[in-house]
Design a protein around this ligand. Structure first.
Ligand code: ZN
Length: 446
């Protein structure tokens, strides 16, 4: 899959780089030839939003297990989120975290630091990061994954952060949330004695998604006030899609991600009934999911990022009776490419658009293109070989995440990663992870 579409070709790799796209058979003098006849070669996936849990929460996941999942899923660059402990809010902490990745990561990496300490923002921006992150949410009833200290919902503080990040030229990713509205909504549920997973799912989706819509309205207005590059996380309502579309029509530097749970999991109430807390992140009603799908197809939504969020079963189980006690989020890095390719196979999305939203556009939005994100001469040889026709039933046993389960178990997919290469080296070969911890390198803007 080149930027011009699917071609029959040989791809020449020398060292870490793609050095040529040749006519079939032209690479016969190569030192090593890997015949992938009949399969498709795609650019490696770039996942801008993944929870690797290290440092601080390594009982759930760590950099090695997370990057194994990524290798198996066709991901070649994975970017961590700052709800780790200590959270990267300063240069000193981020340096230590980068040292952990350098020692352990199987593939290329980065980390989005929390933009909560204003004076650290300009210094953090010089460390080779791709973006900053802010959570507009602090959890109630539990202290993870949205712990106090990195949540910001005060609009004045947000304005200061937007101004500071704007000066760096980097994008700011924001998890939208309206804390005050959510407090009123959840207290209504609790007053009725309703705390189970159904109440939790309904509360976050209450009034047709008001907590998301109000937050996104605020964020887009702050963007207009400051000119900062805003990247919205967790796109999941029709009104958010409409606001985003209007902002883009004005030519504003705004973008958005969609997460696997909004496309394949939390958008079906039957799945939530069956899996309870194991299906939540959030409930995305069918009319919202449909709007999000449409946005992905027409370019209003820019990318898919996994929001890979492993938690142990012990941390999920309490959610059957008290949704506010369960840690929210689901693992997905290992399987999202297969889920997406299943939709390619069904004709719901073209292979070209699928590749754009998981590889090329993230590279372009976050400064990695043209070194990464496309199969082109001169780019890093980050590639995934997929068998579009291979069918497979996902199982919990195959899960490489430390959490040991996936909400997609039992699902039949069509389209599987066979090999993954990072800078010319196999990290997944014939479906088996062969990458070595310490091979990964910081993926900085070009
Ligand atoms: Zn997340």
């Amino acid at each position: 899959m080149t930027e011009g579409g699917v071609v029959q070709a040989d791809i020449a790799v020398s060292g870490e780089k793609i050095v040529g796209i040749l006519a079939p058979g032209d690479s016969n003098q190569a030192r090593r030839v890997v015949d992938i006849g009949g399969l498709h070669l795609l650019p490696g996936l770039i996942d801008m939003h993944s929870h690797h849990r290290e440092p601080g929460f390594t009982h759930k996941e760590d950099i090695i297990t997370a990057t194994k999942c990524c290798s198996a899923g066709g991901v070649t660059v994975t970017v961590g989120m700052p709800n780790v402990s200590p959270s990267p809010t300063s240069v000193a902490i981020l340096k230590d975290i980068f040292a952990l990745y350098k020692e352990k990561s199987i593939l290329d990496y980065n980390m989005n630091p929390a933009a909560t300490v204003l004076e650290e923002i300009p210094r953090l921006a010089t460390m080779g990061i791709l973006a900053f992150k802010v959570f507009m949410v602090v959890d109630t009833g539990r202290s993870y994954p949205h712990m106090p200290g990195i949540g910001v919902h005060d609009h004045g503080k947000l304005l200061s952060i937007f101004q500071a990040v704007q000066k760096t030229g980097l994008p700011l990713m924001v998890h939208p949330h309206d804390q005050a509205l959510m407090a009123q909504i959840e207290h209504t549920y609790w007053a009725e004695g309703r705390r189970d997973f159904r109440a939790y799912a309904e509360a976050y989706a209450a009034h047709d998604g008001i907590i998301w819509d109000m937050a996104v309205a605020v964020l887009l207005r702050l963007q207009q006030a400051t000119g900062m590059k805003l990247h919205l996380l967790h796109l999941q309502t029709k009104r958010c899609v409409e606001m985003l579309r209007a902002a883009k029509a004005e030519g504003l530097p705004v973008s958005a991600e969609v997460n696997p749970w909004a496309l394949w999991l939390g958008n079906d109430w039957k799945t939530i009934e069956r899996l309870g807390p194991y299906a939540l992140s959030y409930y995305v009603a069918p009319h919202h999911s449909e709007a999000v799908w449409k946005a992905l197809l027409d370019g209003t939504a820019d990318i898919i990022a996994t929001d890979h969020a492993p938690h142990l079963k012990e941390e999920k189980e309490p959610g059957w009776t008290d949704g506010w006690k369960a840690h929210t989020g689901t693992p997905s890095a290992q399987h999202y490419l297969s889920l997406l390719l299943t939709d390619v196979s069904a004709g719901r999305i073209s292979l070209e658009r699928a590749v754009e939203i998981v590889a090329t556009k993230p590279a372009k939005l976050f400064g990695l293109y043209p070194r990464k994100g496309a199969i082109r001469a001169g780019a890093d040889a980050d590639m995934v070989v997929v068998d579009l026709n291979r069918e497979h039933i996902i199982t919990n046993e195959e899960v490489l995440s430390k959490c040991g389960w996936t909400p997609y178990a039992g699902r039949k997919v069509r389209g599987l990663p066979v090999h993954t290469l990072v800078r010319g080296q196999f990290v997944l070969e014939n479906g088996k992870v062969v990458g070595q911890p310490g091979y990964g390198r910081l993926a900085s803007p070009v």
